[in-house]
Design a protein around this ligand. Sequence first.
Ligand SMILES: *[C@@H]1O[C@H](CO)[C@@H](O)[C@H](O)[C@H]1NC(C)=O
Ligand SMILES: *[C@@H]1O[C@H](CO)[C@@H](O)[C@H](O)[C@H]1NC(C)=O
Ligand SMILES: *[C@@H]1O[C@H](CO)[C@@H](O)[C@H](O)[C@H]1NC(C)=O
Ligand SMILES: *[C@@H]1O[C@H](CO)[C@@H](O)[C@H](O)[C@H]1NC(C)=O
Ligand SMILES: CC(=O)N[C@H]1CO[C@H](CO)[C@@H](O)[C@@H]1O
Length: 607
Amino acid sequence: MHQTWAPPRDYRSRPVAILGAGVLGRRIGCIWASTGFNVHIRDPSHQQRQDGISYIQDNVHSYAKKTGKTVGTAHAFENMREAVENAWLVIEAVPEKIQLKIDTFAELESLTPADCILASNSSSYRSSEMLEKVSESTMKRILNMHYYMPPKCMVVELMTDGHTKDEIFPFLAERCKEGNTLPYVARKQSTGFIFNRLWAAVKRETLTILAEGVSVPEEIDSLWTEMFVKGGSTPCKTMDDVGLDTVAFIESHYTKERGLSPKYTVDYLNENFVKHGKLGTKSSHGGLFPSVKSETASVIEKPNLVVLDLGLSAAAPSMKSGAVLEYSSDGHFQKTLVENQSLPDGVSVDPHNGRLFWTNMGVPGKNDGSVLTFDRKSNSVETIVPSGVINTPKQLALDTTARKVYFCDREGLSVYRCDYDGSKLEKIVHAGNPEDPKDVSDARKWCVGIAIAPRLGRFYWTQKGPSKAGQGRIFCANITMPDNQSALFRSDIECIIGGLPEPIDLEVDEDSGFLYWTDRGEIPCGNSLNRMKLDALGRPSETTAPNKHEILTRHFNEAIGLKVDGKNESIYVTDLGGSIYRCDLNGNQKSVVHSDNSRAFTGITFI
Ligand SMILES: *[C@@H]1O[C@H](CO)[C@@H](O)[C@H](O)[C@H]1NC(C)=O
Ligand SMILES: *[C@@H]1O[C@H](CO)[C@@H](O)[C@H](O)[C@H]1NC(C)=O
Ligand SMILES: *[C@@H]1O[C@H](CO)[C@@H](O)[C@H](O)[C@H]1NC(C)=O
Ligand SMILES: *[C@@H]1O[C@H](CO)[C@@H](O)[C@H](O)[C@H]1NC(C)=O
Ligand SMILES: CC(=O)N[C@H]1CO[C@H](CO)[C@@H](O)[C@@H]1O
């Protein structure tokens, strides 16, 4: 009679049968007996039966000490039928011979009740290899149940034979916990279950390190103890902490160096995590583990917006009517932070100390551009790059880890960076010769927007091209200047996209791996907010066809500034027409947050 399996509700009054009274069989029996289950041990050898029962009698109370449970009984049987006839669980621990196991399961099929779970302790054979002589309905109640060496290690792994009824796993896992063991369920058939595969990787690499003569056993074990035992590191949490983009990057080095397939490492991470902005602990989208949203996250005050007004739409426009303004995130004017600025263009804040940095373009074509900083606590303004050095500084970005200020100089045909105090000013991109009138009049060499991606080791900038000409480009280069090179010649500059209407400001959201930009060029594609997915190396991801990017939303009035708020999942955009907009990360739900036609907005950030 082959009924389908249903949980044996009376399991408490029915025995657990163990086939094989050897070293492991008797320990498995002892575990179940120590938590109040009645145990039947079956072994053809009289000696083994006697030794098995003695072991249980001698040890069951010490096993039970940990749980304080009343112990069950243990009986030994020579006859298989008697041992298993009323069992709710049979664990075979017979010698590792596949034919013997096949025959054992065939016998168990005819001798056990239809609700009895049949488990194999085999570590070297999958239970699917033991199904030759059993019916399909019996296959549904067979699985692997692999113990290590109790009582030292109380782990037990459960694994399907490919047919095992799903309901068996939660039921048996609960019973294992009742039996004071720690169950882990392999979701699929897998040679070596779960732990032995982890262990296989550790062994393989340890042996390779030894074979290459890179280290010695004492030091490997000591290093392991420091990192994993004392440090308490665990693999998945550690990868989330390191960042899955970084893990993918490191793995790609190994796969290349060793000629391995990237399928289960680099590709798996990129396809399932990195591509979706799931980079681990640092990311609001989580990683291998879901993100732990802090309880207070939703009550944290929304940051205010800092927006630059060029001053050219003012009632009496002048070279001194620009301002640094503060608005609430829903667009209410708060206050003027700094006034009388000379065409301010790019702004950024270091969230660690609330310090604000911005550029004043000054008169385009004259070397009177400047970079300033404002400290909210002391309400003081300081000039870090005074006029006389740079021409027309545009967007500004901070590397808050290295404490560097980056900015583009449009008519200076360059990208610069300096320290927070303005020292160590260096040109890092030389797009043309600012002394050569031909170069200066070539807007394809005009550097405008800039974004820093410290985790990718890259920075990005736009060269906008003539107004609405479709000749705009976005470039990237390494934050670290290649050895012995300089802005005049550096070999790491890449143009990552060209033919754009007129790209202006940039931002990289390293959490999601997207590069965003505004474009003030002509309709249909200009005056838009755009984005492009980057890969782990910071280049356009392969899913981005050449020169294909996403236009998220359009119809701005000379779009300039942008600021991505990953936490709130929104993007703010400003335009010269005097509006601040907000849309979601896909460009939907665009709304005007604030509008004032006596203003002409450029840079925007949070404070
Ligand atoms: C059960 O598994 C353990 C670990 O692989 C093995 O040492 C032992 O021999 C197995 N027991 C039997 C009786 O199959
Ligand atoms: C800004 O300029 C106006 C008009 O010239 C002047 O009255 C005001 O004092 C200036 N503000 C600052 C902070 O210098
Ligand atoms: C730029 O950085 C990448 C990634 O770190 C590195 O592989 C590459 O060699 C660097 N290029 C140069 C020219 O230094
Ligand atoms: C850089 O220059 C130094 C000194 O001239 C030289 O020793 C070194 O090899 C150079 N490095 C590279 C990568 O060319
Ligand atoms: C996704 C989300 O939280 N969006 C909010 C971002 O902030 C604006 C302004 O406060 C809210 O209106 C959105 O609901």
